[in-house]
Write a protein that binds this ligand. Structure first.
Ligand SMILES: Nc1ncnc2c1ncn2[C@@H]1O[C@H](COP(=O)(O)OP(=O)(O)OP(=O)(O)O)[C@@H](O)[C@H]1O
Length: 236
């Protein structure tokens, strides 16, 4: 598998606070990576910096061989990097369909268009003409992932996949993610629910205080080992 994303010695700050410290990570084409870690570990800042929504204070972000470190977010989307942000950030007054179509306006060529996104997220079909502000959390998350797909990404970064969703909504969102995975999508998922994360990912990367403290194929690591890394406990 060829490397699609290569993050090297990345540093990201919020003022004086260093949220991402000298972090290196690579993601290969077709891989599903679960990014886990406690609140404040730096997961969101990392995804936002990779997507160009937050500036890098050091290091580099290479995508498909090109250095994108100083490149604006919209140009990264054009190259195939898409972020589903924490809080979903839909246009509340637009309908589901309009939210999807807006994202598709400058899409790269590819399989994803309104019809194929609705096929991947069947729960959205009856909601097409409904305003985003009236949707449940799960419906919003499905719309937000669908909106990112409309750009025909080569790598999809999804922040906080299941945060705030009812269990049944989490199931539905993961069913659709599984469809994407079966179709060969390359994904980085930030997920608080460790069992979920381990169930879909090929590899788990655990952050603590802005650093990678554990990185392993999901088959090679136990839930206990990930939990220990998560809280910064000594590995036994
Ligand atoms: N806009 C901001 N201004 C100042 N500090 C911030 C800002 N956003 C995040 N931080 C700080 O940066 C560090 C990393 O936060 P980040 O949100 O990236 O972590 P996270 O792992 O995604 O956590 P969470 O699950 O809570 O979102 C934390 O100490 C956080 O308080």
């Amino acid at each position: 598998m060829s490397v699609l994303l290569e993050v090297s010695n990345l540093v990201a700050r919020h003022g004086l606070l260093i949220a991402v410290r000298d972090l290196s990570l690579s993601v290969s084409e077709g891989e599903v990576v679960a990014l886990v870690g406690a609140n404040g570990a730096g997961k969101s800042t990392l995804l936002r910096t990779v997507a160009g929504a937050h500036p890098a204070a050091g290091g580099s972000v290479r995508f498909d061989g090109a250095d994108l470190t100083g490149v604006p977010a919209h140009a990264r989307v054009a190259r195939g990097l898409a972020l589903v942000p924490e809080g979903r950030k839909l246009f509340p007054d637009l309908t589901v369909e309009e939210n999807l179509l807006v994202a598709g306006r400058r899409a790269r060529p590819g399989q994803w268009r309104l019809e194929t996104v609705l096929d991947a997220f069947p729960m959205l079909k009856p909601l097409r003409r409904q305003r985003a502000s009236t949707l449940s959390g799960g419906q919003q998350q499905a719309t937000a992932i669908g909106r990112a797909l409309m750009t025909n990404p080569r790598l999809l970064l999804v922040d906080e996949v299941s945060l705030g969703l009812a269990p049944v909504a989490v199931d539905t969102v993961y069913e659709s993610l599984s469809t994407l995975i079966a179709g060969g999508a390359t994904l980085v998922l930030v997920e608080q629910d460790l069992a979920r994360a381990l169930s879909v990912a090929d590899r788990v990367v655990c952050l603590l205080e802005g650093r990678v403290v554990l990185e392993a194929a999901t088959g090679d690591v136990t839930r206990e080992q990930v939990t220990e890394a998560y809280f910064g406990l000594e590995l036994t």
